[in-house]
Write a protein that binds this ligand. Structure first.
Ligand code: NAD
Ligand code: GLY
Length: 356
């Protein structure tokens, strides 16, 4: 188990550092003071995370000289919407945050996406930092600057690219995660393993994720940082990070956002892997290896929604461009490719992934 603090640079403009290790919330004020200088800090957290971790964060920020205010919103994807965003923006205005102040996104991907988006648009943009408390936020959403809220028409349809000024990941926060929420993060981590290389993927097959999450987080973040540095605005390579997401987002939408993102992505990854194998796009037995790994990490490998329902939901997805949709197809562990297919082909592809 790695108890040391790992730091990973993300060389965007401006650049920032992701710090990963145990106990970091207690010292986050001092670390953030070095990055931000003295300012007012608005801590935004959901109703589950706020009672668990906001007192530690606000105490640390206050001790480091920040003037702190905090806002709480109801937990859950159902609240990642324009209405909560509007309430956060009104809060920032009521608290007189200025351009030199900072938003502190404390929590999972929902808090990070929404507080990050609020920071991106408040006063045309103020700084924000990410303090991820779920595995999903640690391995994926806190890094890379994608911020968003959901619209009725679909996931993340309103948002901005806006890099955080710092990410501080206290691995002790993972100890209070319910197993299902931990598994949500495993889905994005396994996705990263499929994209990245055999060595990282093996950590999800051999149980390292649960034994030493800090090590796994650091490796996932290092991989994502490289992709984001090369393609910050998702013009090409970064689209690969959407592996499993076309069907995943469709599952979330069909469920009315009751099925959580990580579980939906896991099923979406399994569906595209099986479809790719059935259509001869990928090496044999890859789908079985991916689905076994997902199952080992407590994740689903299928869905009860029909191919028709999923295809219809997927076609409102952002990844659709005109008459085509771009799919991320696994070829082998460590090698995935973008494949543009006509919209009309999506239904048979999903059907192949459900039936195989
Ligand atoms: P979440 O933020 O809703 O957190 C899941 C649940 O865990 C919530 O109820 C939360 O209150 C609770 N929780 C958080 N930390 C806890 C802790 N330490 N102990 C106990 N409970 C805790 O969901 P998530 O899975 O973290 O994130 C999913 C969101 O992330 C989705 O909206 C998805 O679209 C988004 N996402 C964004 C990106 C990106 O690049 N911006 C990438 C992947 C996913
Ligand atoms: N989670 C996908 C991305 O950050 O691009």
């Amino acid at each position: 188990m790695s108890d040391s603090i790992q730091t990973i640079p993300v060389r965007t403009a401006p650049d920032y550092t992701v710090s990963i290790g145990p106990g970091l919330l207690t010292s986050c004020g001092q670390r953030l003071r070095e990055v931000l200088g003295p300012c007012r800090a608005a801590v935004i957290a959901d109703s589950t995370v706020a009672p668990l971790y906001a007192p530690t964060v606000t105490a640390s920020l206050s001790a480091a000289g920040f003037s702190v205010c905090s806002y709480q919103f109801p937990a859950g994807e159902a609240h990642k919407n324009l209405s909560t965003l509007s309430e956060i923006l009104e809060f920032l205005a009521r608290e007189h945050l200025t351009r030199s102040d900072c938003v502190v996104a404390l929590g999972g991907g929902v808090a990070g996406d929404m507080a990050g988006f609020a920071a991106a648009v408040y006063l045309r943009g103020i700084r924000y930092v990410q303090l991820p408390t779920t595995l999903l936020a640690a391995v994926d959403s806190s890094v890379g600057g994608k911020t968003a809220v959901d619209l009725t028409a679909g996931k993340n349809l309103a948002g901005a690219f806006c890099q955080p000024a710092a990410v501080i990941c206290d691995t002790d926060c993972l100890k209070t995660l319910p197993p299902d929420v931990f598994a949500d993060g495993a889905a994005e981590a396994v996705k990263t393993g499929v994209l990245s290389d055999e060595a990282l993927f093996a950590l999800f097959e051999d149980g390292t994720l649960t034994a030493d999450p800090g090590e796994v987080i650091a490796r996932c973040v290092a991989y994502k940082a490289g992709v984001v540095e090369r393609d910050e605005k998702e013009q090409g390579e970064r689209k690969l990070l959407n592996l499993g997401h076309t069907v995943g987002h469709a599952i979330e939408k069909c469920s009315g956002y009751v099925i959580p993102h990580g579980h939906a992505v896991a099923a979406g990854l399994a569906v595209i892997a099986r479809a790719a194998e059935a259509l001869g796009w990928t090496e044999e037995s890859l789908a079985a290896r991916i689905t076994a790994c997902l199952s080992k990490n407590g994740l689903p490998t299928g869905t009860d929604y029909s191919a028709e329902a999923l295809a219809e939901a997927a076609l409102s997805d952002k990844k659709r461009a005109g008459g085509d949709i771009t799919l991320v197809v696994p070829r082998k562990i460590g090698h995935c490719e973008l494949r543009k297919v006509p919209v009309a082909d999506l239904l048979p592809i999903i059907r192949a992934g459900l039936e195989a």
